[in-house]
Design a binder for this molecule. Structure first.
Ligand code: NAD
Length: 367
């Protein structure tokens, strides 16, 4: 299917859906949902702070397009991605006699999107859902590709599904109320997409770093749209991370995850951890002769321009980081599958990185 006005289209074996990325398009939510054939009741699931900022606008658009509406609140924060919260949402939907033809609308960041998506994937064995991301990370990453999940005490995202939304609608204007640190962490994902697959986007971001950081309307929309389109292209080629292409999105994640785990998921936002992880992976890429020193310097400069950390926070225990890395799920046999850069704009994955080079890279970022 084609959607002529969409910023991107995701087409997998199971679904085809449009993603809209523009400034001030929350008002279009109802009509866009109609266009993809949705009707009946729309259940907005959002955390309270996001709902108080954008809920009224979303509800008004849905009502004007003829939807019956209702809304359910989540607590903000990662702890919301739990089976207990999902169960509360199921009970809420059951009390309203939600039907298979009705739609869940996830309004918020990746937490609301992953939780509401998980509920949509499982309630009545699956009811339609729509992603309305309001964080930069969710706009360019979490809302695209249908990975939905909750956490268990044993680990993050351990229970979930691949369940594609029917539509993604990203109103870039909503980022103006997002705390600047969250915005910066989102830019880390955009820089990552540029580094692994789009040299032009990297040049564009380098040129306009200050304006992008200030969320210039036209430039920020352009960068976000291009970044989201990269994610859409990758998940269209490799929905379930079996073909290897989706793996490339993990640039910076091997060390990033290890840092997050070593800090017990407190202290660093995910994008910040990925930023440091990209510096470690960049170092390895340089040492293996794939990235020129000036390219590594450009990577560092762009991360700093977006106010992202390039060094682990003081007090990170290096033994814990190494331990966490050896538990990383990308370990194959005993070798870690590294995503590295073969020049800016081109990522490759390799398992033949010598331990001494890894160690040096970790030390280069203070881990
Ligand atoms: N499904 C995927 O493919 C995928 C990919 C990456 C990350 N994730 C998941 O995403 C989650 C992180 O998502 P996140 O970074 O969006 O964090 P988040 O959803 O926790 O949102 C961050 C904070 O910003 C607030 N907020 C959201 N939008 C706002 C706005 N426009 N204005 C003001 N405040 C706003 C929220 O209330 C929250 O407190 C993690 O659970 C991660 O596992 C999923």
């Amino acid at each position: 299917m084609t959607f002529p006005h969409a910023g991107y289209t995701v087409t997998t074996n199971t679904a085809s859906y449009p993603g809209y990325v523009s400034w001030g398009i929350l008002d279009d939510l109802g009509p866009r949902m109609r266009e993809v054939g949705l009707s009946g009741t729309a259940y907005i699931i959002a955390d309270r702070p996001v709902f108080s900022l954008y809920g009224r606008k979303a509800l008004a658009s849905l009502k004007a397009a003829g939807f019956a509406v209702d809304h359910h609140f989540l607590q903000p924060g990662e702890a919301t991605k739990s089976l207990a919260t999902a169960e509360q949402a199921y009970a809420w939907l059951a009390a309203r006699r939600a039907e298979r033809g009705h739609t869940i609308v996830a309004l918020g960041g990746g937490v609301a999107g992953d939780l509401a998506g998980f509920v949509a994937a499982t309630y009545l064995r699956g009811i339609p859902f729509v992603q309305v991301p309001t964080t930069l990370l969710a706009m360019v990453d979490a809302s695209i590709g249908g990975k939905v999940a909750v956490n268990l005490p044993a680990g993050k995202n351990l229970v979930g599904a691949f369940y594609q939304p029917r539509l993604v609608l990203a109103d870039v204007q909503t980022l103006t109320t997002l705390p600047p640190r969250e915005v910066a962490a989102g830019w880390a994902e955009v820089v990552k997409h540029a580094l692994i697959m789009d040299r032009d986007l990297f040049d564009f971001m380098e040129r306009h770093a200050a304006a992008l950081t200030a969320l210039d309307r036209a430039l920020a929309t352009e960068a976000i749209k291009r970044s989201a389109a990269i994610k859409a292209r990758v998940v269209s080629q490799d929905e379930r991370e079996t073909g290897g292409v989706r793996t490339l999105l993990n640039y910076g994640h091997t060390v990033g995850h290890a840092l997050e785990a070593a800090l017990e998921y407190a202290g660093l936002l995910h994008g910040e951890a990925v930023s440091i992880g990209m510096m470690a992976a960049g170092h390895i890429s340089w040492r293996l002769g794939m990235l020129r020193p000036e390219e590594l310097a450009r990577q560092r400069a762009i991360l700093e321009a977006f106010r992202l950390p390039v060094h682990a926070p003081p007090g990170v225990d290096s033994a814990t980081v190494r331990q966490a890395m050896s538990l990383d799920k990308k370990v194959e046999g005993k070798r870690i599958r590294w995503v590295l850069l073969d020049g800016i704009g081109r990522a490759v994955s390799r398992t033949d990185v010598p331990d001494a080079v890894v160690d040096e890279a970790l030390r280069s970022v203070g881990a």
